[in-house]
Design a protein around this ligand. Structure first.
Ligand SMILES: Cc1cc2nc3c(=O)[nH]c(=O)nc-3n(C[C@H](O)[C@H](O)[C@H](O)COP(=O)(O)OP(=O)(O)OC[C@H]3O[C@@H](n4cnc5c(N)ncnc54)[C@H](O)[C@@H]3O)c2cc1C
Length: 509
């Protein structure tokens, strides 16, 4: 064995980030004789509001070897096929951002190129009609993909909505059964070594001193180690992302849950409705510059889909990211690494990416600068790509009112400006390597928000128009037929087979 290998890891924080890290590391470091310990404070509650996810979460679950049906039941999850945007582009308007790949290409001409030609000529149906995720979502249907050729069902792509507290407890059960030692304790002091500025130890309120080779900071917004001890610095992105407050409340269910998140544009921000099996999660994300907390609370309560189950809770946040998510022997994950508001549900995914990249560049006790630099550059690029996608939503709307006017005046980043210009000129969608959101995401949001290309891609003129029309029609009919054969989402959830747990039950609540 490498004598400089990591022998001990301490994770500070037992929210979604902490337990995701504990679960993944306990699985991936099996056989490496690394002591894994997680410390969570009995005094500081996790934020507990990350309830919507995006499709890569399903890979995380599979890689842990977790039985999906069992997990879905235990964490009261529902399936998510995308996001419905109501009144976002303008009042009374609706568009859908579906998950999944765009339709098939024709030769080397991608789907969006030939669909956009037909759209500009007034001969295409709305984008939703060519997406199995969108059509299934809007009809309230769900099924898992089937592995058969020539059916849109084999591309069906989905994520989950879940109860964040239950998800963390489930992962805790998983991680503890694989040897992670949990300590309930409040970290009072973080000490830093003189010579190299590495974190040396933590002192708990009980007086216990805890040492480790590698520390993972999952302590939430404050970033107890990455910021409190190492003073890494934070890039404030509020110049691009206008919202900085949230008002949250759960409500009772009165109808079967839809397999999508519903987002509604409001005066000073937007409201979400996340349907779970037993309740809805609701929140209003808004700008403190354009609404008071009292007005936000009243607006949220006025617009709930069901009876509130508690008093609304207010939260404040600063959009942005830690200047380096990995500094010396501390890796920050979750809110400690940064926060982008939840419009496109990217935060849990960024935790997952942080864990995956940590495993890719897993250090030894020499902590090679090249590994750390590459990790930080990758995470920076992931955060920036997500920020640009969010900024596009805000900057390209026709909603009226001072908040939305302000959003339209936000200067675009260079990268986003280029993306929008390329799309406006010939409908081209530029994606950097490993960029999170696929072509269909950009296409549906740009078209949904009325960014329409001036011209279509000249290469489409090599295709016969009648062939394009019949290809689109075939696709539309195939999607329709498949959706009609899918069961209602709620029936699917209720009939999910009760497979036995693939690991010991979740930790007690
Ligand atoms: C309004 C809002 C809505 C969101 N919606 C979504 C969404 O839909 N989808 C999505 O992907 N993400 C969403 N997020 C983000 C998501 O909630 C977080 O990314 C996720 O919960 C991870 O949080 P965390 O574990 O980093 O921090 P936290 O949940 O804050 O956990 C911090 C942990 O650190 C511990 N701790 C703190 N101080 C100490 C100390 N001194 N000693 C010991 N332990 C300590 C606490 O006890 C706690 O266990 C949302 C966030 C907000 C604010």
């Amino acid at each position: 064995m490498n004598e400089r290998r990591i022998r001990s890891i301490v994770i500070v924080g037992g929210g979604t980030a902490g337990w995701m890290a504990a679960a993944a590391l306990s699985r991936s470091l099996t056989g490496m004789a690394v002591d894994l310990r997680l410390i969570e404070s009995p005094r500081v509650d996790p934020v507990g509001v990350g309830e919507a996810t995006i499709p890569p979460i399903m890979d995380f679950i599979r890689q842990l070897g977790i039985d999906e049906g069992h997990l879905v039941r235990e964490i009261k999850a529902t399936y998510k096929l995308g996001i419905g945007f109501r009144g976002w582009t303008r009042d009374g308007h609706f568009y859908f951002h579906p998950f999944g790949p765009a339709g098939p290409g024709m030769g080397n001409i991608p789907f969006q190129a030939y669909w956009l030609k037909m759209l500009l000529e007034g001969k295409a149906e709305p984008l939703e009609e060519y997406s199995i995720q969108a059509m299934a979502a809007l009809r309230g249907r769900f099924a898992r993909p089937v592995h058969a050729p020539n059916t849109p069902l084999n591309k069906l792509t989905y994520a989950l909505h879940f109860d964040a507290g239950r998800f963390a407890r489930y992962l805790r059960g998983y991680a503890e059964s694989r040897g992670v030692v949990r300590t309930e304790g409040h970290v009072r002091h973080v000490s830093v070594r003189g010579p190299d500025g590495f974190v040396d130890s933590l002192t708990l309120e009980t007086g216990e001193r805890v040492t480790a080779d590698l520390f993972i900071d999952c302590s939430g917004f404050q970033g107890l180690l990455i910021e409190g001890a190492l003073r890494t610095g934070y890039e404030d992105w509020s110049g691009w992302l206008p919202c900085d407050r949230a008002m949250l409340v759960h409500s009772g269910r009165s109808a079967p849950p839809n397999p999508y998140t519903l987002v509604t544009g409001r005066d000073a921000g937007w409201q979400w409705q996340i349907p779970l099996q037993h309740r809805d999660g609701n929140g209003y994300i808004y700008s403190g510059g354009f609404s008071t907390d009292d007005a936000a609370r009243a607006l949220l309560l006025r617009n709930l889909p069901g009876r509130p189950l508690s008093e609304p809770v207010a939260l404040r946040f600063r959009p942005g990211r830690r200047k380096a998510a990995w500094n010396r022997n501390v890796v920050a994950l979750g809110l400690a690494a940064g926060f982008l508001e939840p419009l496109e549900a990217t935060s849990i995914h960024l935790i997952q990416r942080g864990i995956a990249m940590l495993l890719k560049f897993f250090p030894d006790r020499d902590f090679a600068a090249a590994d750390i630099d590459r990790y930080n550059r990758t995470l920076e690029s992931d955060f920036s790509a997500a920020r640009d996608f969010l900024l596009m939503h805000y900057s390209q709307t026709q909603r009226v009112g001072p908040f939305w006017q302000h959003c339209r005046e936000i200067p675009l980043t260079e990268t986003l400006r280029e993306k929008i210009e390329l799309f406006r000129s010939h409908g081209r969608i530029l994606r950097e390597e490993a960029e999170l959101f696929p072509v269909l995401s950009w296409l549906s949001v740009m078209v949904g928000q009325n960014i329409i290309p001036r011209r279509y891609d000249p290469l489409v003129d090599g295709l016969d128009t009648r062939r394009i029309q019949s290809r689109l029609e075939e696709l539309r009919c195939a999607v329709k037929e498949c959706v009609e054969a899918m069961p209602p989402h709620w029936d699917f959830l209720s009939s999910t087979p009760r497979a036995g747990p693939s690991h010991p039950p979740a930790a007690p609540g």
